[in-house]
Structures are given as C-alpha cells and as structure tokens.
Ligand binder design. Structure first.
Ligand code: SF4
Ligand code: MG
Length: 330
C-alpha cells in the first residue's frame, strides 16, 4: 500500500485577540497534534461534532491554512513549509476540495463554461477554444450532466446538479486527492446516495484518494474504507470502517454511535444502549487537562485528568487514544 499523504504532529492554533492593541490572549487549538497516514486510493472518513476541528484539519492538510506546527508529506515530499510559488507548481493541482454548498462557490453570473474553464486556463492545458470546450463537455458528462449544461447558469440547476458541477471542477485537473468537506450534508437523502455513488465511481475510474469529512456517521459509514473520530482537535479512534462501526472502543466513539438511530442494532442483534454524554462540549480554547474527553467520560479515572493518552494500536489497524486500552504489543 502506497502512502500518498502523511501528517506528523500537525497543529493548527488560531490566536484569540483582545483589547485595542489586539493582544493575543490565548489560542483555539483547532487541530492539536494529529498524526496519520492516508493510503493511495482509499477513502478516509473524518467524523466528529461541529467544532471538533475536522474542517480545519482538511484545510491545514492542503495548506489553505498555514500549519502552526508539524509536517505534511505528499508523495514523500514535505510540503508544510514550501513557499506558495512552489506549492502552486508541485502540489495545488494534485489536490482539490469539494465543499458543502457548491452554490456559494459557484459564481451566479458566470456560465458553467466559465466556471470550469478557470482551472483549465490557469494551467494552460490546451491551445484552442474548441479543445477547452471539448474537455468541459467531457467533464460534464463524466459527472452525469448533459453537455448542453455548458451555457447555463448555476441557478438553473438543483442542489444535486450543482454539487455535480462542483465535482466536475474538482476533477478537472486530474487530481490525486480530493478533500470533501460535508459534501453531501446539504442534500436530500436520496440525492446524497446518488452523489456518493458518483464519487465512488470516479474513485475507481481515476484512482482518486478521498478524505471525506462529515458530522454524519451514516454517510461516512457508506463511503469510507477507514474512519477517524475527532474530538476537540484530536483523533480519539482510527480504524477500518467495519471495525469502528461494529466494535467502537473509545468511550466517545461509543457515545457518538449510540446517538444514531440506524446504528442502534449491534452485529449480534442486540440493541445498543443510548449513551448520554454528561456536560457540554468544552471550548477548544481551554480544553480539559489530560484526556480532553475526561469531563464527559463515564469511565474516567483520576489518571485521565493528568495524562493525555497516546493514539496507539490496540488491535490490528485499530488505534485508540484512551487509558482503558493497552497497545497490542505492550
Ligand atoms: Fe475516558 Fe479516561 Fe479513556 Fe479519556 S482516557 S476516554 S477519560 S477512560
Ligand atoms: Mg466544518
């Protein structure tokens, strides 16, 4: 298996400013010391409640945000400190994003031709206008739209069709990696399934690697090969999809899964008990000491308030950050 993207001890802290001189009085630790690898051709799902840092991680991973600390390797090359000029040359083209609301990212006054032309022209892919038009029509057909859509405007399309246009734009430059941030969250359930199937087809056809960020566990379960669960800027659990959904180990993952009606039934046919988390989500500007989940964990021990558990492999390819578990070789 080829690792296409690897992050080491990645941090993204946003300063909190106050007063007339805008002095920094603290930091929002949106991404706090995350390490993980993404394999070529896989879909890595990232789940967590809003505010857990999953979107920030997606954006930091591709240098839309500057990392505060840590390394990002793309195909073995550390891109975490590359200047923008070099990023453009080596990296920008190969990694693209799909957003929740394609409408917000499609200019209402520009035809679909103009929208899809931008990335192609920036990289001077062709010589003649007809060649550009040919490619744009091809892209529209690849994502399941009629080539005649080329002359229409965004408002003439439904939400699902607009997301298809967003996907066409994302694949226009033949990227290796696509980061989808809540890409189907705004769509009706039946349309969600269509878009997910389209993404899967494109993945097979073009050997794409996906990082699929969503708060929606059912959607993540549908599309992912592996899943990472985030809480307050950290990864709590990382496992192969079925291992995570059939046998969640971290107390937070267990609570998260127990709250989803479709996941009430366990493998053995028994009903999963709904686990109610106590207290509120702490602010990422003042995360709890030790295990960041300890204020809400019913299994918390005194030790948990002092020491943040490492994310360690407790079963084959199943990683958990919790003091209840020993590493598989310990
Ligand atoms: Fe709960 Fe302690 Fe495990 Fe954190 S380390 S999840 S507080 S048992
Ligand atoms: Mg988000």
């Amino acid at each position: 298996q080829e690792v296409i993207l690897k992050i080491e001890n990645l941090k993204k802290y946003f300063p909190i400013k106050a007063g007339v001189i805008q002095r920094t009085i603290g930091y929002v630790k949106a991404v706090d010391d995350i390490s993980l690898e993404v394999n070529k051709g896989e879909t890595l799902g990232i789940v967590g409640e809003s505010g857990c840092g999953k979107s920030t991680m997606g954006r930091t991973l591709i240098r839309l945000y500057e990392p505060t600390e840590g390394s990002i390797y793309f195909k073995g090359k550390d891109i975490s400190t590359l200047p923008e000029r070099e990023l453009k040359r080596y990296f920008r083209r190969q990694i693209q994003m799909i957003f929740q609301d394609p409408y917000a990212s499609l200019n209402p006054r520009r035809t679909i031709r103009k929208t899809l032309l931008d990335p192609l022209v920036t990289h001077k892919l062709y010589d003649k206008t007809e060649e550009y038009d040919q490619r744009i029509k091809e892209l529209l057909e690849i994502v399941g739209l009629d080539a005649s859509a080329i002359n229409r405007y965004p408002h003439e399309f439904s939400g699902g069709q607009r997301q298809r246009i967003g996907i066409a734009r994302a694949i226009a430059l033949n990227p290796d990696v696509i980061i989808a941030d809540e890409a189907v969250s705004a769509l009706d359930v039946s349309i969600q399934a269509q878009i997910i199937n389209l993404l899967k087809d494109l993945q097979n056809e073009f050997q794409l690697t996906y990082i699929f960020i969503s708060h929606d566990l059912s959607v993540v379960r549908h599309i992912s090969d592996r899943v990472a669960v985030m809480y307050l800027g950290k990864i709590m659990e990382l496992a192969v999809r079925d291992d995570l959904f059939d046998d969640p180990l971290h107390p937070y993952s267990q609570a998260l899964l127990s709250a989803v009606p479709e996941m009430e039934i366990e493998e053995n046919g028994q009903k999963r008990e709904r686990i109610l988390l106590k207290g509120d989500l702490p602010s990422p500007s003042s995360p709890p000491s030790g295990c960041v989940f300890h204020t809400r964990c019913s299994a918390a021990m005194p030790h948990c308030m002092e020491v943040m558990p490492e994310l360690k492999e407790v079963k084959k390819n199943h990683f958990v950050a919790c003091h209840l578990f020993k590493g598989k070789n310990e």
